[in-house]
Design a protein around this ligand. Structure first.
Ligand code: SAH
Length: 270
């Protein structure tokens, strides 16, 4: 028999950083929480007024953080686990479900919910137009939780299939060489002039957004606060529009006048 609910655990995404990019139901849930659990930097971004206790963690103890949050909820708390962006994308929602999967008999009484948020790639895309306007995929370059070989295989497959590719967790002090290798893999499938959009601290006071081409990406200044969108063979930069909408990926593939879509001729094959 499933026991009566004790408390609740909600994993929320607060969006990339601006308070008005945080959905109202997320703000409400934070306002009425008894406990907020999360990475220190993300808890510091929470601007919603709340009396909740804050449980701050470093960014490499997700399993402990998830288990603590579930324990607090089992004790009757209204617990909110805070992620940046969307909580289901390289964030805490999986970390919590992993714990539920690992310990099927624990935390049966806890009501569990995930509330979505705007992810970094979506926020960046909106700043420049519509680079994610056609099929795209999202790849984390962090090899902390998966082997580097898998990352290279996915980069090759995604670029080889002509997806627009959004790169998260591009580099850190502990991962100095991986970004250069990733750019090499993408460049094996794309022409040097392929549009690239780079955003640091999107939606935060120090926001920096840059449009460049793939041949300049290896030298770009990137870090863990940067997200990158590498175009497909059809992604275009509008010349003479320095501000606002200036990069897009068309919804069509091949020649829009032609009835049968074809593979564009500027798709480099590795
Ligand atoms: N759940 C988050 C992603 C967490 S992984 C989301 O959906 O956005 C952390 C990575 O996200 C960072 O290394 C960076 O690549 C990206 N990121 C998150 N917020 C960002 C922001 N405001 N500006 C630029 N990149 C961001």
């Amino acid at each position: 028999m499933i026991p009566d609910p004790a408390g609740s655990l909600t994993v929320v995404g607060i969006g990339p950083g601006r308070s008005d990019w945080c959905l109202p139901d997320v703000a409400d849930r934070i306002a009425s929480a008894t406990d907020l659990v999360g990475y220190t930097r993300y808890l510091n971004l929470v601007t919603v007024e709340t009396d909740a206790r804050r449980h701050r963690f470093g960014n490499r103890v997700e399993a402990d953080r998830a288990a603590l949050a579930l324990d607090l909820a089992a004790d009757g708390g209204a617990v909110v686990v805070v992620s940046s962006g969307d909580p289901g994308i390289f964030a805490m929602a999986s970390a919590v479900v992993e714990q539920l999967d690992r310990w099927p008999d624990r935390w049966q009484s806890v009501r569990f919910e995930v509330l979505p948020g705007i992810s970094a790639a979506q926020a960046l895309a909106s700043r420049v137009g519509a680079p994610l306007g056609h099929d795209f995929c999202v790849i984390s370059l962090s090899d902390v939780l998966k082997p580097w070989e898998i990352i290279e295989r996915r980069l090759d497959a995604a670029a080889g299939a002509d997806f627009v590719v959004a790169l998260y967790n591009p580099a850190s002090r502990h991962r100095p060489w991986q970004f250069g290798r990733a750019v090499e893999r993408l460049a094996a499938h794309r022409l040097p002039g392929t549009p690239v959009v780079l955003g640091r601290d999107v939606g935060r006071p120090d926001e920096h957004v840059e449009v460049l081409t793939l041949d300049r990406l290896a030298d770009a200044d990137i870090d863990m606060r940067t997200v990158i969108v590498v175009g497909s063979s059809t992604t275009r930069i509008l010349v003479g529009r320095p501000l606002g909408a200036r990069v897009y990926t068309p919804r069509w593939y091949g020649d829009p006048e032609d009835q049968s879509p074809t593979v564009p001729s500027n798709h480099a094959t590795a």
